[in-house]
Design a protein around this ligand. Structure first.
Ligand code: AP5
Length: 217
């Protein structure tokens, strides 16, 4: 299955992708995670992306499209779950064109909806493990020991772009550049809206029910 998880920063895309890949046989392709790995490895791509990411702006389409189409091509024979891509209408069009060229298309777009206030409080309270990538929240999803990862005990860190002033930029960027992607997919009816303001398990249940209708396994 070829699925997109759309939604503003903090909607829970990463959280739910991790749950989906435990149950279904699909690859999780997160543009944000791939960019962060490139930064950590100090590649040319990572260096180019850094300034945009740290200020809450989008990395230019050309860079992202090349990177993500390359990753998708590697997973062609299995299914994939796209998280954070596409994020602009030109990215959505480029993805549609790349898939059409090999006779494929996206099966379903899950649109996680959430208001700005909830998104902001989720992001500013998010903490993650630099070792295994596990994600926590200061209020909603606390680790067993304050400040330490449940899995490997590493000290939890805050993402640089989760500071309050940068979060405001990311939400503005979402409204201006990513919200139109919802309309792009509404045209052909393959989008399904999900209230992502509910508790994590309820949202996961809705996502699983929808994926089951696709005959996913
Ligand atoms: P990216 O990493 O994609 O960030 P994002 O879209 O801003 O999404 P987040 O990872 O912040 O949020 P999420 O929806 O995954 O939420 P999460 O599950 O962690 O992108 C970062 C940057 O990279 C961009 O700003 C841009 O610069 C660049 N970039 C990436 N892709 C690009 C592209 N295609 N084009 C151009 N540039 C690109 O949850 C958040 C918190 O809430 C967690 O603490 C979690 O525990 C908690 N939580 C989740 N769900 C719930 C719930 N239901 N109830 C309570 N708490 C919850």
């Amino acid at each position: 299955m070829r699925i997109i998880l759309l939604g503003p920063p903090g909607a829970g895309k990463g959280t739910h992708c991790k749950r989906v890949i435990q149950k279904y046989d699909v690859h999780h392709l997160s543009s944000g995670d791939i960019l962060r790995q490139q930064r950590a490895s100090r590649t040319e791509l990572g260096k180019k992306a850094q300034t945009y990411m740290d200020s809450g702006q989008l990395v230019p389409d050309k860079i992202i499209i090349e990177m993500m189409v390359g990753e998708i091509t590697k997973c062609r024979n299995s299914g994939y779950l796209l998280d954070g891509f596409p994020r602009t209408v030109p990215q959505a069009q480029a993805l549609a064109d790349a898939l059409a060229a090999v006779g494929e298309r996206i099966d379903l777009v899950l649109n996680l909806k959430i208001d700005d206030q909830t998104a902001a409080s989720r992001l500013t309270g998010r903490r993650s493990c630099p070792g295994c990538g596990a994600v926590y929240h200061l209020e909603n999803l606390k680790p067993k020991v304050n400040g330490a990862c449940d899995h490997d005990g590493a000290e939890l860190v805050q993402r640089p772009d989760d500071r309050r002033e940068i979060v405001a930029n990311r939400l503005r960027t979402y409204r201006e550049l990513t919200a139109p992607v919802v309309d792009f997919y509404k045209k052909d009816g393959r989008i399904y809206d999900i209230d992502a303001g509910r508790n994590v398990d309820e949202v996961t249940k809705t996502i699983f029910e929808k994926l089951d209708t696709l005959g996913a396994s």
